[in-house]
Design a protein around this ligand. Structure first.
Ligand code: 11C
Length: 350
C-alpha cells in the first residue's frame, strides 16, 4: 500500500503551495490528510483534484500516518512533531525548531539525501528558505572546487514572513503606488501606516533585517544561513557571513554570494558544473540582459544562477547571483522531496 501523508499547516502560505506541488508531482501517496489549527478545521481544500476536509490538529489526527509534514510556526512544530513521531510517523519539519539538533538530519535531497536515513528522533528538518535558495548550487560548486568561505547578502521576499508578510506588502503598495512618495525622509513611513511583520516600511524600501536579534548584532536569519549551510554541506568550520535584507518582492528570495574555494576556479568550469547540477538552471548572458530576477523565477522549481564572475583579485573565488522561489524549493518543494525519499524507503522496506 502507498504510505499515508499528513500535511500539518495545510491552510498557510507554504501549505497552500504544498497542495499544488503534491497535486503536480508523481503521486507516491495513498491518503493525504490535511491538518490545521482548530480555527481552520472543516474547511475544504483541493489536493490531487479532489476536495479534502481539513481536520483539527490532535494526537488522533496522526493515527495511521506514515509521513507528517509540518508547515507551522516553530513552537507548534516543537510540540507536535515529536507527538507525530511517537505515533509512528516520520515528521518532516519546515520550522526552525529542530534544524540544529544533532539527532535531527537537515536535508536537501540534491546535496545530502543520504542524511535522511539516520533520524533517531523520527524527525527530519527542512532548511530555512534563505539557505535553501543558494545551497543546491553551492553544494555542486563545493563538490568540484572545495568550499572554504561564503559571504552572502540576501534580498528576501515578503512571503518569507508568511501570509501576513504578503498582505502587508500588498497593502503598502496600494498606498504608495501612483504617488510621488519616496522623495522626503519619512514620507513612505508615514504613508504606509502598518508595518506588519517587518520593522520598517517595505514598499519603496529595502529593510536590512529578517528574524530576531541575536548576540553581537547578528539576526537569527543570518545565523541560520551560517549554521544550516555548515550542517548541510558537512563543513562545521566553513566561514560564513551573511547580511539578510528584505526587499519589496512578493515571492522569491535572491542572494548575492562571494564564495571562496580550496582550488582555483574558472567561470567556464563553474558554468559546466552548475549547468549539469540537478535542480539548477544557469541564466547568465548579461550582454543580452539575461540574469535571474524574482519576477521571472517565481513559481518555478529550480535554483537560478547568473552573474557568475571570478573575483578580480582572487582566482580562488567566485561571485554570483541566485534566485529561488522561497515557497517552493525554499519550503514546500524541498519538504515534498524529503517526504518522497522517506516514502520510497518505506515502500521498498515493505
Ligand atoms: C524569511 N527565511 O524569509 C525566513 C522565513 O526559519 O523557516 C523562514 C523562517 C524559517 O523571513
Amino acid at each position: 500500500d502507498k504510505p499515508t501523508l499528513a500535511v500539518v499547516g495545510a491552510t498557510g502560505a507554504v501549505g497552500t503551495v504544498m497542495l499544488g506541488i503534491l497535486s503536480s508531482r508523481e503521486d507516491v501517496w495513498g491518503e493525504i490528510r490535511l491538518i490545521a489549527s482548530p480555527r481552520s478545521a472543516g474547511r475544504k481544500l483541493v489536493v490531487r483534484g479532489e476536495e479534502v476536509e481539513v481536520i483539527a490538529l490532535s494526537e488522533e489526527a496522526f493515527e495511521g500516518v506514515d509521513v507528517a509534514m509540518f508547515d507551522v510556526p516553530d513552537e507548534v512544530s516543537a510540540q507536535w512533531a515529536p507527538i507525530a513521531a511517537s505515533k509512528g510517523a516520520v515528521a518532516v519539519d519546515n520550522s526552525g525548531a529542530f534544524r540544529m539538533d544533532p539527532d535531527v538530519p537537515l536535508v536537501v535531497p540534491e546535496v545530502n539525501a543520504h542524511a535522511a536515513r539516520l533520524r533517531p528522533r523520527g524527525i527530519i528538518s527542512n532548511p530555512n528558505c534563505t539557505t535553501l535558495s543558494m545551497i543546491v548550487a553551492m553544494g555542486a560548486l563545493h563538490a568540484e572546487f572545495g568550499l572554504t568561505e561564503l559571504v552572502v547578502s540576501s534580498y528576501q521576499a515578503a512571503s518569507g514572513a508568511g501570509q501576513p508578510g504578503i498582505d502587508t506588502l500588498r497593502e503598502q503598495i496600494s498606498k504608495v503606488g501612483g504617488t510621488n512618495l519616496g522623495t522626503q525622509p519619512g514620507d513612505v513611513r508615514r504613508a504606509v501606516g502598518e508595518f506588519g511583520p517587518f520593522p520598517a516600511p517595505l514598499a519603496l524600501n529595502v529593510v536590512p533585517w529578517a528574524g530576531s536579534l541575536k548576540d553581537e548584532g547578528w539576526s537569527s536569519e543570518e545565523l541560520k544561513v551560517r549554521n544550516e549551510s555548515r550542517k548541510i554541506l558537512g563543513l562545521p568550520n566553513l566561514r560564513v557571513n551573511a547580511t539578510c535584507v528584505r526587499v519589496p518582492v512578493i515571492t522569491t528570495h535572491s542572494l548575492s554570494v562571494h564564495a571562496r574555494f580550496e582550488n582555483e576556479v574558472t567561470v567556464t568550469r563553474a558554468h559546466e558544473i552548475l549547468g549539469s547540477a540537478p535542480g539548477v538552471v544557469v541564466c547568465d548572458n548579461p550582454a543580452e540582459g539575461e540574469f535571474p530576477t524574482p519576477a521571472d523565477v517565481v513559481g518555478t522549481d529550480p535554483t537560478w544562477v547568473g552573474r557568475v564572475r571570478r573575483a578580480l583579485d582572487d582566482p580562488y573565488a567566485l561571485d554570483l547571483f541566485l534566485c529561488g522561489d522561497n515557497l517552493r524549493k525554499g519550503a514546500a518543494l524541498n519538504t515534498a522531496q524529503i517526504a518522497e525519499l522517506v516514502a520510497a524507503e518505506l515502500t521498498s522496506a515493505a
